[in-house]
Design a protein around this ligand. Structure first.
Ligand code: FEO
Length: 394
């Protein structure tokens, strides 16, 4: 690992996890990740911003040694989750005079999850500041990006914002600064989709607040540093907006092809009506990729056969995920087939109470879909088209 200067007195001292495959066992990491941490050296005092995942302590401490810190006065914990606080217990041993700075809720979480001595913690209220000499740290409380305790740290003299998970990307890469590549944009979108999407209204508010600071640099806790933040701010405005795109997402599972045939008919019918459509076979599709499309979709159609009187577990899983991600979709429907009965449509609908979407008439048929049932799919396509038209999307 290396120490890399961002601005005079401000360096990146975090670590890159090139080989991590999943986060929270929920989100695939096709490109690894990084646990970013920073040092801010003022003329009088020194602060560390966040730490790293436990298990990467040695690399992190090596970086701190290379940074030639005489002392550490403050360790800023913008976020208590262990990928940023994991090395905190070791740091407190290495720097016995250092004080941890976090929010009131952050203090509670650090004490309970990492057994940190509460006497080592200073609570920062919204807009409190610390004087490092020729640099100042200003703390902005920003709960729910994506835990209740989160805050960000602003250095007004350098106009750099340490934004914790906000604007992050699970992307292991050798460049310190964002390069504007489509690879980075996809990593940032995948990250937003799974981590930030449920807190969309908060994100809208915080993007405005960050824009009002007019930052020159945004340094998140995962992925590259943005030294031209306008692009990521613009993407966050788009992703968190209330407006969906002319897109229908169809996650489906099929056991004996009936549901698959219905999905294929619906896909063709939507294409014919000028609507973008993405069918995802849940047997092979990536959760993160589906979550990315949920950011944009105006309509979600779940396809599932009936298994033991209810939805296929893979369809139930995507309904559960949709419910917790709370995408902006305005319309939803269920299609599929059954052998002898069950409550698949009702169960899937009940699994998504947080989805503020109009439920369209389901198409649920017995056995193999014949031409009459496939006509019902065409009617569903017409209903979706009508609603997309009402929203000026097509
Ligand atoms: Fe990167 Fe919420 O931790």
């Amino acid at each position: 690992m290396v120490v890399r200067e961002i601005l005079p007195g401000i360096s990146s001292v975090g670590v890159i996890d090139w080989h991590r495959l999943a986060f929270d066992d929920l989100m695939e990491l096709p490109d690894g990740t990084s646990y970013n941490a920073y040092v801010v050296q003022g003329s009088e005092k020194t602060a560390l911003i966040d730490t790293v995942e436990a298990g990467f302590d040695e690399e992190y401490v090596t970086n701190l040694i290379r940074a030639k810190l005489d002392s550490v006065d403050y360790i800023i914990a913008n976020h208590a989750e262990q990928d940023h606080s994991g090395a905190l217990p070791l740091l407190l041993e290495l720097y016995p005079m250092a004080t941890v700075v976090t929010t009131e809720k952050g203090k509670d979480l650090l004490c309970s999850m990492l057994l940190i001595d509460d006497e080592r913690i200073l609570v920062a209220e919204d807009r409190d500041s610390l004087d490092l000499g020729d640099k100042t740290l200003v703390f902005y409380s920003m709960p729910w990006v994506h835990w209740p305790e989160t805050m960000v740290t602003w250095v007004p003299e350098d106009r750099i914002l340490f934004s914790c998970d906000l604007f992050g990307a699970h992307l292991a890469c050798s460049s310190l600064f964002a390069d504007g590549s489509s690879r980075l944009q996809e990593a940032a979108k995948r990250y937003y989709a799974v981590i930030m999407q449920p807190f969309r209204s908060k994100i809208q508010e915080y993007v405005e607040q960050v824009e009002s600071l007019n930052p020159a640099v945004i340094a998140p806790s995962h992925g590259p540093v943005y030294n031209n933040p306008s692009a990521i701010l613009s993407l966050y405005r788009e992703w968190s907006s209330d407006e969906g795109k002319n897109l229908v997402v169809i996650p489906f599972v099929s056991m004996h092809h009936s549901t698959k045939w219905m999905v294929e008919r619906l896909t063709d019918a939507l294409i014919q009506r000028g609507i973008d459509v993405r069918p995802y076979d849940l047997g092979t599709s990536s959760t993160g990729t589906i979550a990315m499309d949920l950011i944009d979709a105006t309509t979600i159609v779940i396809g599932s056969p009936t298994v033991h009187f209810g939805p296929h577990p893979k369809a139930a899983n995507i309904a559960f995920l949709t419910n917790i991600l709370k995408p902006k979709a305005r319309y939803a429907a269920v299609i599929g087939s059954f052998g002898w009965g069950g409550k698949t449509v009702q169960t899937l609908g009940e699994m998504m109470p947080k989805l503020e979407a109009e439920m369209l008439e389901p198409v649920y048929i017995k056995g193999k879909p014949g031409e009459q049932e496939l006509v019902a799919i065409t009617v569903l396509a017409d209903e979706i088209y009508k609603r997309h038209q009402d929203n000026h999307l097509v």
